[in-house]
Design a protein around this ligand. Structure first.
Ligand SMILES: NC(=O)c1ccc[n+]([C@@H]2O[C@H](COP(=O)([O-])OP(=O)(O)OC[C@H]3O[C@@H](n4cnc5c(N)ncnc54)[C@H](OP(=O)(O)O)[C@@H]3O)[C@@H](O)[C@H]2O)c1
Length: 246
């Protein structure tokens, strides 16, 4: 019998990451997710992920903590033997105008979004290189391409992810490992729920498709980029943004 493929999705407890994990699970993948806060009901989440077929492993691990990452990746390898697809999805915002932005706000967003992506990719790539196969998918943002007032820390982290993705794609292509970035626009999750109705309406009016996206629409692209159907695509930044940035 052919063994299941495996995907590791960081920040898979909520929002886009959870939908990505569910999409891969529905397609027969074994799924590893991590999360960081104490609010996550891991029993319920495991049930939901396993209802779709494959096995699920849920580990509490902060993507900024090298020891916790090592434990996460080691546990995943011990349980499933390999990681075929890595989705670097965990991310945070701490918005403020430049003049009001503290160093703490700037550093924390870079640390989670950009350094977390680097640490996770390094830890997982070690195993992908041995197998000479793998797909890495990094969650960037349209804001990493266009910039956004009030988000200089977040935009810098997401622009950094684009440069990181392209470099890794060039470095690892000879080992048959692909790396691509997804740039979502305005997607309905906890992250965007904090915005006022007025701001939401203003943003929606700037989107040609005139609505927010949903996490499932991002998950479809993540699955495609993880699968063999995208075997000749690497180093790309693909937007899921209703036409917001063209
Ligand atoms: N929503 C949008 O409109 C949008 C647009 C463009 C890009 N994105 C990007 O898409 C990704 C997912 O966004 P989302 O809207 O789904 O966010 P979300 O609903 O706020 O979920 C964030 C996820 O990241 C996890 N996380 C946060 N910090 C972490 C850390 N230090 N270590 C491990 N996990 C951590 C959270 O875990 P806990 O549940 O434990 O807190 C949660 O699972 C992010 O990278 C975001 O920047 C989102």
């Amino acid at each position: 019998m052919e063994e299941n493929k495996t995907v590791l999705v960081t920040g898979g407890s909520r929002g886009i990451g959870k939908e990505i994990a569910l999409k891969f699970a529905k397609q027969g993948y074994d799924v590893i997710i991590n999360y960081v806060s104490d609010k996550t009901d891991t029993e319920e989440l495991k049930k939901e992920l396993e209802a779709n077929g494959g096995k699920a492993l849920i580990v509490k691990a902060d993507v900024t903590n090298p020891e916790q990452i090592e434990n996460l990746v080691k546990t995943a390898i011990e349980t499933f033997g390999k990681i075929d697809v890595l989705v670097n999805n965990a991310g945070i915002t701490k918005d403020n105008l430049l003049m009001r932005m503290s160093e703490e706000e700037f550093d924390k967003v870079i640390e989670v979004n950009l350094k977390g992506t680097y640490l996770m990719t390094k830890a997982v790539t070690k195993y992908m290189m041995k197998k000479r196969q793998g797909s890495i998918i990094n969650l960037s943002s349209v804001v990493g391409v266009t910039g956004n007032a009030g988000q200089c820390n977040y935009a810098a982290s997401k622009a950094g992810i684009i440069g990181f993705t392209k470099s890794v794609a060039k470095e690892l292509a000879s080992r048959n490992i692909r790396a691509n970035a997804i740039a979502p626009g305005f997607i309905a999750t906890d992250m965007t729920d904090v915005l006022s109705d007025e701001i939401k309406e203003t943003i929606q009016n700037q989107i040609p498709l005139k609505r927010m996206g949903n996490a499932k629409e991002v998950a479809e692209l993540a699955y495609f980029l993880g699968s063999e159907q995208s075997s000749y695509i690497t180093g790309q930044v693909i937007h899921v943004d209703g036409g917001m940035v063209m």
